[in-house]
Design a protein around this ligand. Structure first.
Ligand code: GDP
Length: 286
């Protein structure tokens, strides 16, 4: 699902989340573990207004574990509990309910002290498109929930999904827009598949990706494409294009005339990156 974000949609999305915030105790902010900052809504702190929040670094199965650990520490330093998960396999998903309850424990203690039977802690998942909101919702529900949240402009009745006995999740996640201003953010979102190529050229995204990999994941890059060496001067764009040409040749992506088809090679690079074929890679470090 892609959303063309316009100012009106952003206002509407924000208003929809603000309405839901009235119903819930804890926000589950879903980020992409490979690009936690780039997959974050730029106004999130302002929108959530201090609501207790658990940060989930989803798709951690695709991310570099060392970098993910550094992100967890980064969020902790800023007073936020962050948990790496994999919504597809369900890894660490069971940790979500206890962490949410922990965030709400003072309120629960107060209720008990007042002799009130504490009700279930109510949570809402928020995040940008494609970050895994519906995958996680379905996993927490233990079944497929029909609609994938509400697109700006589309509303439907919302229901509570029971997560164990003491937690409930709103079945329609809050959809937020990504950052647009920063070109590198756009590149990272496109490289991971969060936004569609049509907005940017595949070769530009692949170029960006290869440069990052050559800098940070040289060994994995060389191994995947069976390369003997990688140029050392990565500031020279021609050197990056040369790496892409080597990859194209290795994959036999040759046009008539014997030249490498860079567009097709770019698609292959991005497809393999997104499928985790190059190993676990993060495109952003704290
Ligand atoms: P939404 O737009 O936020 O609801 O995102 P979806 O739940 O539709 O997920 C977008 C894509 O990411 C789908 O292809 C999912 O299979 C995939 N996905 C979601 N969570 C994970 C995860 O933890 N690991 C991996 N590898 N893929 C995931």
């Amino acid at each position: 699902m892609t959303i063309q974000w316009f100012p009106g949609h952003m206002t509407k999305a924000r208003r929809q989340i603000e309405e839901k915030l009235k119903l819930i105790d804890v926000v589950i902010e879903l980020l992409d573990a490979r690009i936690p900052m780039s997959s974050r809504n730029p106004m999130i702190d302002e929108i959530l207004k201090g609501k207790p929040r658990l940060v989930l670094l989803n798709k951690a199965d695709l991310a570099d574990p060392g970098v993910t650990a550094a992100w967890v520490a980064y969020f902790k330093e800023r007073g936020l509990d962050a948990l790496p998960i994999d919504a597809v396999s369900g890894n660490q998903v069971r940790e979500i309910a206890p962490r949410c309850k922990e965030l709400f424990k003072d309120k629960i203690a107060t209720q008990i002290r007042k002799g009130i039977n504490p009700r279930a802690v109510r949570a809402l998942i928020v995040g940008i498109p494609n970050v895994g909101k519906s995958t996680l919702t379905n996993r927490l529900a233990g079944k497929k929930i029909a609609a994938t949240g509400d697109r700006p402009g589309v509303t439907k009745g919302q229901q509570w999904i029971k997560m164990g006995t003491e937690m409930e999740l709103l079945d329609t996640p809050g959809i937020l827009w990504p950052k647009f201003e920063d070109q590198n953010v756009g590149m990272r979102l496109a490289a991971t598949g969060a936004i569609k190529e049509v907005l940017l050229n595949a070769d530009e995204i692949a170029f960006f990706t290869i440069r990052y990999l050559a800098e940070h994941y040289k060994g994995q890059l060389m191994e995947r494409f069976n390369m003997e060496s990688i140029p050392t001067d990565l500031s020279d764009p021609n050197e990056i294009v040369k790496i892409m040409e080597v990859i194209g040749r290795k994959r036999g992506i040759i046009q008539s005339g014997g030249r490498v088809d860079l567009d097709k090679t770019s698609m292959v690079i991005l497809r393999e990156l997104r499928a985790g074929k190059m190993g676990r890679i993060s495109l952003e470090a704290p």
